[in-house]
Design a protein around this ligand. Structure first.
Ligand SMILES: [Ca+2]
Ligand SMILES: [Ca+2]
Length: 357
């Protein structure tokens, strides 16, 4: 029965039943004794919302999932900068079901001619004291080395590679051919924001990202999927196994990025929020939450990282293929990350959200 027929059928039923209840002769108009009040706008909108689609394909093209919003406990007591756990309320929004892929980003670049930060010339004024001869376009690429000084100096396993970019993830000789379905990497904050604008979307707030990752369940568990690292013996996220940083045993099947949707979806049908690549969020980073922001929080108005006070940083979430219990545990539930807005690496990407109109 289609919608019009349903309306006609219901109207006919009312015409038969209501007069009988009121003890009145049948007329085409409803008797006033049966009208207890006007129907509320909320009930009609709720009914209408129930018939709306819960997923949609956008122009980039990405499948987006509708999240109804509501309240949840944001934060984690396991990480100093993720405290305090506090209640947050969110309006409904759409979110990409997976990280933005190389194929999607290529379409954006093809249509707009966009040049990413990692591909642009460097301004010597931004790097005082550095030999201008080495100020060439490039990006940070992970190197699986045995660090002489242990795990204290993270620059030991990162190398600035001239010519590394989203199109050449490990340097000029590398390519994304065959990796079209992998998440795009080597994107700065403004690159991600430019893509989102082109796609008619925006970057998620940190609260939106965490609400999506928690999936409406396991709200205080160690992992977004529950209390065990593996679920029924199956890896739930692309992270690092083995001896970091030089001995990746690849137990989960992937040394670096994995094609999106290679690991199980969460309860909302979203993939790879934990692991694979870090994801840019819109919020400036500060090492604690403003718990007074409880309704659609957008984070602080300025960034501040005590470890690098002069750097402007935005939040990144979810960890990456380099996370492990041995080094970076920030693929775990509620954990936060941060990134200087112009710094790019081969384990940071993003996904987008969109407001419900
Ligand atoms: Ca892995
Ligand atoms: Ca991710």
């Amino acid at each position: 029965m289609n919608t019009n027929n349903t309306i006609i059928w219901k109207a006919s039923l009312l015409g038969l039943v209501i007069p009988a209840l009121c003890g009145l002769a049948y007329t085409q108009e409803l008797p006033s004794c049966c009208v207890e009040g006007a129907v509320s706008r909320g009930s009609l909108l709720s009914k209408q919302a129930a018939s709306q689609p819960t997923s949609v394909i956008e122009k980039d093209p990405a499948k987006m999932i509708l999240l109804e919003g509501g309240t949840f406990e944001m934060g984690s007591s396991r990480f100093n900068d993720a405290a305090a756990v506090h209640r947050v309320e969110l309006s409904p929004y759409w979110i990409d079901e997976h990280e933005v892929t190389n194929a999607q980003f290529a379409r954006f670049v093809q249509e707009t001619g966009y040049v990413t930060v990692a591909e642009r010339p460097l301004d010597p004024n931004d790097f005082p004291g550095v030999d201008p001869a080495i100020l060439v376009p490039g990006s940070a690429v992970f190197q699986a080395v045995n660090p002489v000084g242990g795990l204290q100096d993270h620059t030991a396993w990162w190398q600035y590679v001239a010519g590394a970019s989203w199109q050449h993830p490990e340097g000029p000789q590398s390519t994304i051919v065959g990796r079209e379905n992998h998440p795009v990497v080597h994107v700065a904050y403004e690159d991600a924001a430019a893509y989102a604008q082109w796609a008619g979307k925006r970057l998620p707030t940190e609260a939106e990202w965490e609400y999506a990752a928690k999936g409406g369940e396991h709200t205080s568990a160690e992992f977004y999927w529950g209390s065990d690292l593996k679920h029924n013996g199956v890896w739930q996220a692309n992270i690092f196994q083995g001896k970091f940083p030089e001995g990746n045993s690849k137990e989960d099947g992937y040394e670096t990025t994995a094609p999106v949707k290679s690991f199980p979806a969460n309860a909302y049908g979203l993939y790879d929020l934990s692991g694979n690549v870090w994801e840019w969020c819109a919020d400036f980073y500060q090492p604690s939450y403003d718990v007074a922001q409880t309704n659609n929080p957008k984070g602080p108005s300025l960034s501040y990282d005590p470890q690098e006070p002069d750097a402007v940083k935005r939040v990144q979430r979810g960890g990456s293929f380099l996370c492990s219990d041995q080094y970076c545990e920030r693929y775990k539930a509620g954990a936060r990350g941060k990134g200087e807005i112009s710094s790019t690496t081969n384990h940071v990407g993003f996904r987008c959200v969109k407001d419900v109109k």
